[in-house]
Write a protein that binds this ligand. Sequence first.
Ligand SMILES: [Zn+2]
Length: 260
Amino acid sequence: MLPAPAAGAVAECVPVPPTVMLHARQAHLNNLPRLLDWLAQREYTPVTYRSLWDCLTGAQPLPARPAIITIDDLTLVRGSGNFAFIARMIDVLLERAVPAVVGIITQPVVVCAGGRLVQLQEQDDALWDCAAGWQARGIELATHTTSHRNLAEAGITPDDLRYEICTSAELIAVRTGQPVHTLLLPFGNGAIDSQAGRLRASITEACRAGGIGIVVGVAGGRIPLEPAPAEARPVYFVGRVGPMADAYDGIFWEIAHWYH
Ligand SMILES: [Zn+2]
């Protein structure tokens, strides 16, 4: 729990919780119960980025030994290719009342017959109803951008960034009635220096405009975070690790050695 800072004192920094990045992969679904057992046996308490934000802005302390589980790339458009699979992963979490964060690509670009690229825009009401139900049971819905564009791409403009970040966050908020606070960066790209936790200024600005306070990369992002009042609209960069494609067990070592 965060100690109440004395007048004039700087509040204690908050460590970035160890964070796991999962995708809609068979090995990630198959090993999810084992991951949850492993965390529980070591007395980790899964939380969400929303909880981290509440802690940083002074609204609520984090539990001891927090950890975060994230799942990327969910789509809720008509013809979603991964909803059913990710829903099975969410069911494993909900069965044990474990909170987690899911990153949504709101208008994904897919390859059609003949290699043609098509952006799917028609949202599926039934899938959104289901996702809103998850949210009510502790799953945080984060944006993973509108089209999963690389936000560090050369030539990307502030308008592009607002379209990718703010438009997707707004769509999720409109669909669920809950504001979005977290951006999972596509490909983990967007920091100037991920070890130092420094985001590109243009991404920070777009996030601030869209009400996003936590930006999640992959590498780095483990420097303890300085609390700030929500009115200051801080934008934090944090990192995470994913299991290797063919060596899932490495993730346990990664979590155990997160702070080393
Ligand atoms: Zn992704």
